[in-house]
Design a protein around this ligand. Structure first.
Ligand code: AVJ
Ligand code: FE
Length: 430
């Protein structure tokens, strides 16, 4: 059992590192050290930060080994320097950052060989500390993918197109009123903010079967949605005005319609694909225009996990089995979201599609701890963000790895952010 776990952890660590290497080897040293947007770190910061977190938790804490580079801890502490300021720091250069992360990883494989995973240590039970570090690297890989999307210049990433629609998916699904179990006590790699499992009473609501598509969103734009304060919240309208929003990020107006730039390639906006790179305020305005609203976080999770016939919450919409390629568009296998209806095998018991993968979905909920929340293993992962100016996003995107995505996984960001792979679906009261 412990040996199976060791092997699967090793595979997860390798998969994360292969992705990190792909994302950082794809560009030259100048591109690695330059800042592509003030919203993002230089890629070389993410690279060494991934290694530093791995050193802190797995080499020093779990392994009890001596530090490799205690002198750089401060440079790679995300709370010490804002993303905007990171290019000015005396960072490891690309060769040094690569050598450092590789040295840390060597030690980690040695620690992994000698570690016993038992319930006597909460940090090690089920391989949690390793899972946390796998997820951390994958989260930074998704962040680096967003940096690639912001980078100017010729394309350097390639992937096959996402699958086509296999069935027509539209309309709404009614989720009956009632109590369901939100969060988890049993998911071994669930992070502290996903715990504990707790009952939530949710009034009946309707939720969209599919994600909002570019075609849907274009109808809002064509109806003058960006120019009509009726659809926007007060804050949303102020932001729309001051930032001059008039289309999703990365869209380019063309004589014949709209194009978008994806990882350096400019293509026509496909009407049947989920809209991506919209901020919370844009999602909120669209929903108001459509006579709907965004789902709450609890509604989203109930739609994704609740199995009314079994009377329990599943790990994923399709059941308890880990995501496979047929279930969801995850893991950067494709460089964009798939059209509505591309993943019927991933639908929820009540027939809601593409809740997992494709795009992160904005919910109307702020980021708070669940009742009985306890920070673990460090306050800075979640707790320091509770009650801040954030909205929760759910479900993962095409750029989220399977290790960092499940029915209980919670992401959060400021409501103005749209460099992330964010989209949405709507809901309404029943
Ligand atoms: C959960 C995606 C909001 O990227 O800020 C990475 C994840 N935490 N390093 C982030 C995270 C520490 C986090 N998000
Ligand atoms: Fe981090």
């Amino acid at each position: 059992m412990t040996d199976d776990l060791r092997l699967s952890i090793a595979a997860d660590l390798e998969r994360a590192r292969a992705r990190t290497v792909l994302l950082t080897d794809a560009v030259d040293d100048d591109d690695l050290t330059r800042q592509h947007s003030p919203l993002m770190s230089p890629l070389v910061w993410d690279l060494a930060h991934v290694g530093n977190q791995e050193e802190l938790w797995l080499v020093r804490d779990v392994g009890g080994r001596d530090p490799l580079r205690q002198d750089i801890d401060e440079l790679y502490d995300a709370f010490k320097h804002s993303r905007r300021d990171r290019p000015g720091l005396p960072l490891l250069d690309p060769a040094e950052a690569r050598a450092y992360t590789a040295q840390v990883r060597d030690k980690v494989f040695d620690v992994l060989d000698r570690t016993r995973f038992g319930p006597e240590s909460r940090l090690l039970d089920g391989g949690f500390a390793f899972g946390m570090i796998v997820q951390h690297e994958q989260q930074h890989d998704e962040t680096m993918l967003a940096t690639h999307q912001l980078r100017a210049g010729a394309p350097v990433l390639t992937a096959p197109p996402p699958p086509r629609a296999r069935q027509a998916v539209s309309g709404e699904v009614l989720i009956e009123a009632g109590r369901f179990t939100m969060g988890t006590d049993t998911e071994p790699w669930a992070l502290d903010n996903e715990r504990p499992a707790h009952p939530v009473d949710v009034p009946a609501f309707w939720i969209d079967t599919a994600l909002i598509t570019n075609g849907d969103y274009l109808a809002f734009m064509d109806a003058g949605g960006y120019d009509d304060p009726r659809w926007w919240s007060e804050r949303g309208w102020a932001h729309r005005q001051s930032s001059g929003l008039e289309a999703p990020l990365h869209w380019i107006r063309d004589s014949g319609g709209w194009l978008h730039r994806r990882f350096g390639r400019v293509t026509p906006v496909a009407p049947d694909e989920p809209v991506v790179h919209v901020c919370y305020f844009e999602a909120e305005a669209y929903a108001a225009w459509a006579g709907k609203r965004l789902p709450t976080e609890a509604e989203w999770e109930k739609a994704a996990r609740w199995d009314p016939s079994a009377g329990r919450s599943r790990r994923y919409p399709w059941g308890d089995d880990p995501p496979e390629a047929r279930h969801a568009n995850l893991g950067q296998r494709h460089l964009g979201p798939a059209p509505a209806g591309a993943y019927p095998d991933g639908a929820s018991p009540q027939g809601v599609h593409q809740l997992i993968g494709d795009v992160w979905e904005w919910t109307s909920s702020g980021f708070h701890g669940y009742p009985g929340f306890a920070a673990f293993p460090y306050r800075e992962y979640s707790e320091v963000f509770f009650g801040g100016d954030y909205r929760v996003l759910r479900g993962g995107s095409f750029g989220t790895d399977t290790a960092a995505c499940r029915g209980t996984f919670r992401n959060w960001d400021h409501p103005i952010r749209r460099q992330i792979f964010s989209g949405f679906r709507c809901a309404r009261d029943a």
